[in-house]
Ligand binder design. Sequence first.
Ligand code: NAG
Ligand code: NAG
Ligand code: NAG
Ligand code: NAG
Ligand code: NAG
Ligand code: NAG
Ligand code: NAG
Ligand code: NAG
Ligand code: NAG
Length: 612
Amino acid sequence: MRAISISLALYLTTVSLGLGAAAQSAAAVAYAPTEQACPAGTSLVRQVGSNAQRQTLSAGEAAYVSAKQKVVAEAWKKYLANVRSHGKAALPPYVDELLLGQRGHGALPKLGIATSGGGYRAAIFGAGIMNALDGRNQTSVKAGTGGILQTATYLSGLSGGAWLVSSLAQADFPMLPELIFGPSPASANNGWLADIDLLTPGGTNVTADNAYIAELLSEVSLKFSKGFPVTVTDVWARALSRHFANGTTAANFFENSLTHGAGITFSSITNVPSFANHEQPFLIVVADSLVSRNNGSAVTEAGDIVPLTNPIYEFNAYETGTFDPQLGAFTPTKFLGSPPKSSGVCVTGFDQLTFLEGVSSNLFNEFNTSAAALNASMIGPIINALHNAFPETGIRLDSAEIPNPFFGISPATFPDSDQNILTLVDGGEDGETDPLQPLLVKARGVDTIIAIDAPADTSDNFAAGLDLISTQARVKLFPGTYAFPPVPSTTEVYLSQNLTRRPTFFGCNSSAASGEPLVVYIANGGPPLGQAPLTNTSTLQLQYSNSEIEGMLNQLFDIATQGIPAETPKGLEKDPVWPACLACAVTDRSRRSVGVARSGICESCFARYCWS
Ligand SMILES: *[C@@H]1O[C@H](CO)[C@@H](O)[C@H](O)[C@H]1NC(C)=O
Ligand SMILES: *[C@@H]1O[C@H](CO)[C@@H](O)[C@H](O)[C@H]1NC(C)=O
Ligand SMILES: *[C@@H]1O[C@H](CO)[C@@H](O)[C@H](O)[C@H]1NC(C)=O
Ligand SMILES: *[C@@H]1O[C@H](CO)[C@@H](O)[C@H](O)[C@H]1NC(C)=O
Ligand SMILES: *[C@@H]1O[C@H](CO)[C@@H](O)[C@H](O)[C@H]1NC(C)=O
Ligand SMILES: *[C@@H]1O[C@H](CO)[C@@H](O)[C@H](O)[C@H]1NC(C)=O
Ligand SMILES: *[C@@H]1O[C@H](CO)[C@@H](O)[C@H](O)[C@H]1NC(C)=O
Ligand SMILES: *[C@@H]1O[C@H](CO)[C@@H](O)[C@H](O)[C@H]1NC(C)=O
Ligand SMILES: *[C@@H]1O[C@H](CO)[C@@H](O)[C@H](O)[C@H]1NC(C)=O
């Protein structure tokens, strides 16, 4: 999304707090970080250098991915069986050989899925596409697309996409409809509760809304009294926590004695069974940074707030940091929040899962075009309440503030090297609304990316390729670090060639030496099969009824399974060979690696689905 227009009816007017005497609630205690002496041998910074040759993964990630490859090898076999039983097209023999492992495990594809920002719309869009790729859903299996989700090594999310992927990971990787609507019968994890508004759950009851915001503020008060910066992101995190983390049901939503997901940390995802047995893809969440100074060579895409040259940070269960060459450093996620200058003190509990969801989706700084505009925005009353409750100096209340783990690192190129605090904001503010960057890290060896894309690039809330354009521009700034295939550089091309309205493959002709992944782009470009559009809701719609989501999921199933619909006398119809074409796409880099020529149905698929 470029410019934000605020259309939210705002009920909140004043929020008054009586924090002083109140005993701390269970949520406040669980949300507050704690300090202790660092375990012996702890290093709070791991530098990965400034170029691809020196890139290394953390020991935790390397071990996860290595173990995951055994799970993935079985998943490719199952997926192949699904494509074959769909049976509308014979695959060339090399596809079978590669996916059955007959060309060796080293020749299996390495797939990453990226799912974009765009608020709830994007979270639902990503969930709907992933559901159509899920081998546990028999409808998806019958459609010939089910099973790819299980083959993915990585899954990255940003903003609304971060709500999706992190709630999925912490909920132990349930099927997508169960993630959204909750299991049946209901349990402690009761789905996203999307029918309860994210900021005004009281509906038209102003008293209830004010009491709710006051409760959220009180839940971040202990973090503040322990000396940590507290901003609108923390309040936002506590609201997100009632939807995108375990612990809240419709019945207990307003019960203030519960933790409502506080205490579930990002680093503790490693304890969730489907992570421990490598069933889930490796989760990565992305945020942008507002740097303290620009050195005169900042490059900003038209309409965006954050320069492409600013470091982009990633969070995974083991580490937080960036491969960007200005910094090239990571810190353990479980010790996020530790004091900037190494002091032997390690902080835990700062990496609250929903705080990081909040960081990735903190677009509130976009309202701050002036103090008056911010005050008048939907978040103005919360900023004012924060200002009154938690007097702080030298920090921005409209952004996420994190003690800088990288103080003193790379002073010549890292613009925040001398800062005690990093200021982080929504991962889409530099224009890269799809979190592709972590999947382009050469050390990760991802050769195929499914890019799920639902930003509001057009005035009617559809995608128009802006984030691929921004990613292409950014990769050109850091050619030694990342590689990305050529994509059209204007939205006119995406729109006039229908590249957002049906799946498109990018990078079909890339050379092996280029290191460019093949990108399967599945965007929110408009209703398939001539239906009335349901998936282009506003980014700022913070409440959805279950029936509205169900309608969207049904349409998304068609978007994911339509391919390039054929014009027929009866109207638009799904491409019967789309499942085969998708199988051709995900095996194409492996095909090249074993030196076989594209043939059979894969040749005609590429002629139709590749952008050139
Ligand atoms: C499988 O996907 C279809 C299509 O979206 C959906 O209707 C169905 O509920 C899903 N099945 C399960 C068990 O989630
Ligand atoms: C969340 O709840 C699900 C059960 O609904 C459970 O499997 C999962 O482990 C829980 N996650 C956490 C982080 O407690
Ligand atoms: C509004 O919410 C408050 C609780 O915060 C409740 O006491 C009151 O009854 C509600 N008013 C209406 C009209 O529902
Ligand atoms: C300015 O910053 C850019 C991107 O961060 C970096 O590539 C460049 O080397 C820097 N130039 C100077 C003179 O520091
Ligand atoms: C902020 O907005 C409120 C109304 O929501 C108004 O009462 C107050 O004066 C404003 N403050 C400033 C500094 O503009
Ligand atoms: C609004 O932005 C300015 C920088 O333009 C910053 O100094 C200020 O702290 C921001 N306001 C809040 C409340 O974060
Ligand atoms: C969705 O798209 C249709 C067709 O362009 C448009 O009429 C409608 O206003 C859009 N909905 C929203 C919420 O933008
Ligand atoms: C794009 O799709 C529209 C609607 O289906 C169709 O009329 C038009 O011919 C398509 N354009 C191209 C270049 O395929
Ligand atoms: C890719 O190669 C095919 C022939 O193999 C050619 O028709 C097409 O134009 C090429 N595309 C690009 C982008 O070079």
